[in-house]
Design a protein. Sequence first.
Length: 733
Amino acid sequence: MLETGAIGPRQPAEHLEGPVERVTFHSEETGFAVLKVKAKGHRGLVTVVGQLPNVVPGEIVQAQGTWLHDQKHGRQFKSESIRTVPPESIDGITRFLGSGLIRGIGPVYAGKLVEAFGKDIFDVIENRSALLERVEGIGRMRRLRIKESWGETRSVRAIMSFLMSCGVSTARAFRIYRVYGDQAIQQVKKDPYCLARDIHGIGFLTADKIAEKMGIARDSELRARAGVEYALMELTQQGHCACPREQLQEETARLLQIDECLAGEAIDHGLAKGRLVAGNQDYNRELVYLASLHCSETALAAHLSALAAGPHPCPGILVDKATAWAEEKTKISLSDDQRRALAAAITAKVLVITGGPGVGKTTLINAVIRILSAKKMQVVLCAPTGRAAKRMTESTRHPAKTIHRLLAYDPKSRRFRFNDKNPLAGDIFIVDEASMIDLPLAAQLISAIPGHASLILVGDVDQLPSVGPGNVLKDIIASGMFPVHRLTQIFRQATHSEIVLNAHRINQGLPAEPGEPGSESDFQFIERDDPEQVLKTLVGLVETSIPNRYRLDRLSDIQILTPMKRGLLGADHLNRRLQQALNPRPEGIERFGVRYCVGDKVMQQQNNYDKDVFNGDCGVISAIDEGAREMIVNFDGRPVSYDLQELDELLPSYAITIHKSQGSEYPCVVIPVHTQHYIMLQRNLLYTAITRGKKLVILIGSRKALAIATRTAEAGRRVTTLAQRLQHRDQPF
């Protein structure tokens, strides 16, 4: 704790300057540094604390601040403003160059360069870099690398210093620089709200604080215009694709605490500039869309309608004969529901197959694949997530890809390689877990399917809708424009599973019938009313009870699914407790308030096309190298490297939200169900969580919470207009 002594007049700032002898501590996330400095006019080394984007021994610090006394660490100079400049002494220059800050120069070459050029070395690197090749061991490639790194270092430091003065952490400043490059300062000064639009991890609220520090008024037009988009983005996080104009105007005014008239003018500006688009729902109220979502919805409706037209790519099949042949090959007798769906699958251009667990969706798809492959049709399988695609491959013995990999993202153009101008190759496209697909991804996929092909969407419409905006599968079904087959018969082998039977009971709003804790039942409920007891029981189950009794691996086989991120029983807190219990390593690193250790389970939080890793992909940390500023994560046998500044893309995944579990299956799932999660206790949430478990599902919590979740149908309808667009496809909408 820093103490200033007796209360009195504020002391005038003092100036301190000198070379950095040692960096005692430096946080890459916040920039906070503790330095030992050989300051002019002071005997010995003095402790200087302050915020710097980066600092290395040998540099000169110039600081303005005051002297304080820390009870634990003694006398310190607390800087109010601090900057670094290149060193002036030969020793300081050598230490600075050898610090590793500049690529291509280590301690050995630092000595050689200073010996050759003395104090002129910085001028040589910047203005006469060809001279560097006179030093033994430095050729053209190393010389260019040194010059490029020196330029980057100077630019990044200047930009980071500016951004940090605006309240941006070094980690965020690094990300800003990567997006805007040398134009970062100009871009942020021109419009700080661009950060919310362009930079992952910087939302409107952060950009708003930066704008305030830059002197932008709270009732400025610039702020109001950015605030409208922020309000719409907040609604898309809830799955909506649009918002009634009146509601958007009110919500913007409330969020920004500005006059509604100013919010209305901001909406008009967004519409005029094309960043927002106006439309109608049922032709009786004006909706406002983000331009990108409006484009996705209209494109999806158009491409689906066009795809449904024309003949099936495999004409002339005798359905009864083909069905009998498929039953003989698979040694499985199809139900009447499956037979009707099979007939549609080999005749309809666009088809939806839906149903809960145990109703034979996979069996039906296997029959479809056999028949159409025998007719020399090119069948293409895909799913929204890596786990879902892998499961599809295993169950059909036919290769399946994620939608992102199927569409082949091109890092150079930063676009998908396959689209309406460059369609995919294939005759039959089968998409599994279709309820998970959000509007933008669905639009990308459908636009890339060639016009002659047929499309089969397979999924459970009663599960949670997509995490992203839209309710694509439900809207396609609701439109009534395409054949839909709902499978309802639970097959005999599935009736032995209490998981399947209880999932269907809950989906119908009926009370669950779990087995006793520790019984042979694969669906159990452990009653605990106190949240602390729920937490204690949950950790004990994962740490010892389940692995010992059921011979399941506590890391790879058991997954905690929880309704929310926050709170005692939310994913964030559960991960901290489970990390301590399951992977208690003393060594590790901390970034963005999260601790990462080798052996931790982690989940990707956003699509990263450059790394070929996507939102929801799970992996295990295999290595952390602080010196190389790198962490390696193993995703199903594929190592992926992360710079330590990129770790906000990853979160521990011992516990994940139920939304994040969509498309995945686990040998065992453990689900806390408590009234702490009241606003999230909904039937489709519980149903989705239960259907993620293959061998064992254990609920822990209160019977009251379980009853609330079972009887509460989905609260609130997402604002989407895909169904209407499909119904009115021949009219402007």
